[in-house]
Every structure is written in C-alpha cells, then in structure tokens.
Design a protein around this ligand. Structure first.
Ligand code: ZN
Length: 219
C-alpha cells in the first residue's frame, strides 16, 4: 500500500475528518488532502507525529519500504513487536524484548552501549567472528557470517563427561553472542557461543538433543 492510502485508511478508521487530523498534527487541511491524493508525503517531523497518533511505525506509514530486523537479536520486527522510547515513540531498530522504555534489556548490549554504543558492539562481534573463522579449525563447521545476542538460559546445554558427570559452561543469567550452523557434512548442528572471555563450539542433533562439546577456548 502507498502512503496516501495508508494515511486515508488510518484517518477514517479513527473517524477523523481531514480537518480534525490536520489540527492534531499542526498542519493545514490542504496538506492532509495533498497526502491523500498522493501529491506530497509528510515530512519527517510530521511522520513522527502521525506515528505517535496512529500508533504505527514510520516504516508502516511509508508503505513498509524496509524489512525491519532487530539489530540486537536479528529477529524480523513489525509494529506489534517494535521497541519504544521512553516517550512512547517507536524505535524501529530493535524488538521490544531487546530494548524497552529507552533502554537495552540485555547485559552484553548495555555494557557496550555504555562504552561506545552500537559501533563498539559491532566491532566486538566482527572480532569474534574472525576468531571463530581463523582460530578453531573445526571440520564441518561452515564459515561464521553473523552472531546474534542469545540468552544463556536458552543455549546453556548440559554435556556428559566420559565419567558420566554432567557439566554446563554458561550462565543462565548472562547473554552471549552466538549462532546455530548446519554441519557441512549434514546431520548434526553446530552451536557456537562467545563472550569477552571464551569461544565455545558444540554439536547436537535436531532440537538440541545429545549435545557434545567440541571446544571451549579461553580468549
Ligand atoms: Zn531483538
């Protein structure tokens, strides 16, 4: 759908006349009329006001030209799971689980936001990807292209040692950068995880069954 149709639909759904909508967002009725005929589109400040008023993202108002992906966890996002700033505006970069009320919710992300923000985290991610690809030499492990932020709770597998003892290496309450990759030989999956201190590679069957630790390497 185009912006003109979207604005028309949102306005009529809210039972506002062009005049009433114009008043709420500090423009003239003629401006609203021009958007709805497709002559012009609202400027960025007005898009922000429309976004707030109709509770839809700017991306939606523009006819969804971008496919929104959470920059933190990599999940596709839409208006239902977008994060918000403290003032209620949408933040179209993150999902609502990774970022809420103007703050990152995950510790690894917070830590980097404090020392230099997203750029620093991206640098760290690139460094870890480089280490996975050059230091480990694990047969069947494909090239690592990306890492997502993962909660320890979901990836903290229990490994059985040869003597039958069971061990875990991660902390449920921490977050890690990691990913799942299919083995180049088929069959098992690789799970990789890392933080400032270590790199971990394990393999497992579908649904995480029969996990085996491949390597746990201090950085
Ligand atoms: Zn997310």
């Amino acid at each position: 759908m185009e912006t003109k149709d979207i604005i028309y639909e949102l306005r009529t759904k809210k039972r506002l006349s062009q005049e009433e909508l114009a008043e709420k967002i500090f423009v003239t009725r003629q401006a609203v009329s021009r958007w709805e005929t497709g002559e012009t589109i609202p400027n960025i400040d007005t898009l922000k006001l429309l976004s707030k008023l109709f509770d839809v993202s700017i991306n939606t108002l523009l006819g969804s030209p971008r496919e929104l992906i959470c920059e933190c966890c990599g999940m596709p996002i839409d208006d239902c799971n977008l994060s918000r700033e403290k003032d209620g505006h949408f933040n179209e970069e993150y999902c609502k689980w990774c970022y809420a009320d103007g703050e990152y919710t995950l510790d690894i992300w917070k830590r980097y936001a404090e020392i230099g923000g997203k750029e620093k985290l991206e640098e760290f991610k690139a460094q870890l990807i480089h280490e996975f690809n050059t230091l480990l030499h694990i047969e069947g492990l494909p090239k690592v292209e990306n890492l997502n932020v993962l909660s320890g709770e979901f990836i903290n597998m229990e490994y059985t040692l040869p003597n039958g003892e069971k061990v875990k290496f991660l902390d449920d309450k921490q977050t890690y950068l990691g990913s799942q990759l299919e083995s180049e030989f088929g069959g098992r999956c690789f799970g990789i995880a890392a933080n400032m201190d270590f790199l971990l590679v394990c393999t497992y069957e579908e649904n995480g069954e029969n996990p085996e630790l491949v390597i746990y390497k201090k950085r």
